[in-house]
Design a protein around this ligand. Structure first.
Ligand code: ZN
Length: 242
């Protein structure tokens, strides 16, 4: 079992193993979620420098192990610096990688999840928007076959100009009319923003300035992701406090 392999990865999290070593959890493109030991990473003269910090996008060489792989080499693909320039961006990045970590499977190739995660981290760094993380979540859920119903009542299928969709029920899978209402109330503007995210108008959605509507869609995205993952995401609690 001395097999070396190379992959591209995003560092999801790290934790201390021994005095100077860390375990790094990686989202790789071709090997799914990988746990690996980085030896000597906590020494000041470590060959890894700061490249194994969470949210780093790296090219990595690993040696396969029985439980944990070993990080042999790690080179930076894109730098983390712009991300760390603001607490808000860092929290958004953490919220993005936390969902990616929950969705990724150990040693199962996940190129689409990997590309989306790299994409959202880049967007967070380069183009701040309150919609970056909500749009990422809704796109991930849609990719899992969980697109919400937005143009008719998810329960009675009523649609048309007279139908007012006034509520959103994550368990039901979409918007509801006044007669069927359950879940939380939803504004017409929030439904329109969701249609933009999921209907091929992502740039328009990302250009939406921060408002109660972006907050509404953000909360719905968090709740829908939590519902899907059936667990509370810690980083998001942090993200929502801002
Ligand atoms: Zn209805």
């Amino acid at each position: 079992m001395k097999e070396l392999y190379r992959d591209e990865a995003v560092v999801l999290r790290t934790y201390r193993l021994r005095e100077s070593d860390r375990i790094v959890v990686l989202l790789t493109r071709d090997n799914g979620k990988v746990r690996a030991v980085a030896r000597g990473v906590r020494k000041t003269n470590s060959k890894f420098g700061g490249r194994l910090e969470p949210m780093s996008h790296i090219s990595v060489q690993l040696r396969r192990g029985r439980d944990l792989d070993i990080v042999n080499q790690a080179e930076s693909v894109s730098r983390l610096a712009p991300m760390l320039s603001s607490l808000d961006r860092t929290s958004q990045g953490m919220a993005a990688i936390e969902a990616a970590e929950q969705l990724a499977l150990e040693r199962e190739p996940t190129p689409r999840l990997f590309d989306s995660t790299v994409g959202v981290l880049r967007t967070i760094a380069e183009r701040p928007s309150p919609m970056n993380v909500p749009a990422f979540y809704w796109k991930l859920l849609a990719a899992e076959g969980l697109s919400p119903v937005l143009d008719e009542c998810v329960r009675c299928a009523e649609s048309g100009p007279e139908t007012e969709l006034v509520a959103f029920d994550i368990g039901e899978g979409g918007a509801l009319c006044r007669n069927c209402r359950s879940g939380v109330s939803v504004s017409p503007a929030a439904l329109e923003l969701l249609r933009a995210v999921l209907g091929g108008r992502l740039n328009e959605a990302l250009a939406t300035p921060e408002s109660p509507v972006t907050h509404e869609v953000g909360l719905l995205a968090t709740r829908a992701m939590e519902h899907h993952l059936e667990r509370r995401l810690k980083a998001i609690a942090l993200f929502e406090r801002h």
